[in-house]
Design a binder for this molecule. Sequence first.
Ligand SMILES: C[S@@+](CC[C@H](N)C(=O)[O-])C[C@H]1O[C@@H](n2cnc3c(N)ncnc32)[C@H](O)[C@@H]1O
Length: 278
Amino acid sequence: MTANAQAQNDNWSEEAYAASASFVYSAKIVGKLLNSLDPKPTDKVLDVGCGDGKFTANFLPAIGSVLGIDSSASMIESANKDYASPKANFRVVDCRYLEKETSIVDGSWDKVISNAALHWILRDETTRMSTLRAIHGCLKLGGTYVFEMGGHGNVAEVKTALLYALVQQGISIEKARDTSPWFFPSDTWMRSALEEVGFNVENVELEYRPTKLTTDAEGGLKGWIRLMGAQFLEALPEDNRDAVVKEICDVLQTVVTRGEDGSQWLGYVRLRGIAKKI
Ligand SMILES: C[S@@+](CC[C@H](N)C(=O)[O-])C[C@H]1O[C@@H](n2cnc3c(N)ncnc32)[C@H](O)[C@@H]1O
């Protein structure tokens, strides 16, 4: 099959992302990743799965130039509208097929960074290793790859509820698992995959980081499930999706809500790493 034939629906939009998941790119949440990036004014940086550019904007003032790449045309349009400049470019690239982008995979980048995107990009088992190999190929000798993504056990409560909701709707557990858009690897898997493609791994770590959901009317738990779980919901007839989302929110109500103030939290588990091309 060609890259085109495997194209995915573009479920992303700047508005839905801001309403349901603005914490993903907030300076507070990405602080450790940005420390690992250690940005320098001469750095030429590739941002893999850059989204709408709001994460990129955190380090843009401190570097020489950046190219952000993402498979969502809608997110790239927003990034170009808000942040394009002589030192910042954004392009639609499906990073499952990054190795085909010979103008990017050219050994010229000082640093590659990726936040909250690799668990989507590496979901497809058939392109997982070629994507990591291409990231390695992007870097100069001595270049650094830093990333943060969902790790083993990430948002386990929502993933369980989504899988079970599909099974309740008559979908087989095998098909429900196939529908999942996420790959949440362990630190052990990630370290060995990075080494296999030639990286010298300085650090890979898992961190349990409970994360507070937004209180935006269009966001919260419902908005998060609609945006992040879109591929699960696509397995259901359209006229049934609202009812299923409501059911999932009801099931999760006491699991994610804190008694003292009613705030809702998901069990994020982050996998962070630093690897060098030597
Ligand atoms: C949760 S967002 C993170 C965006 C940004 N890095 C940030 O921190 O705000 C995940 C992003 O991964 C992108 N993505 C998913 N699959 C992809 C693929 N195959 N190639 C490139 N980007 C992909 C989505 O389009 C989306 O913008």
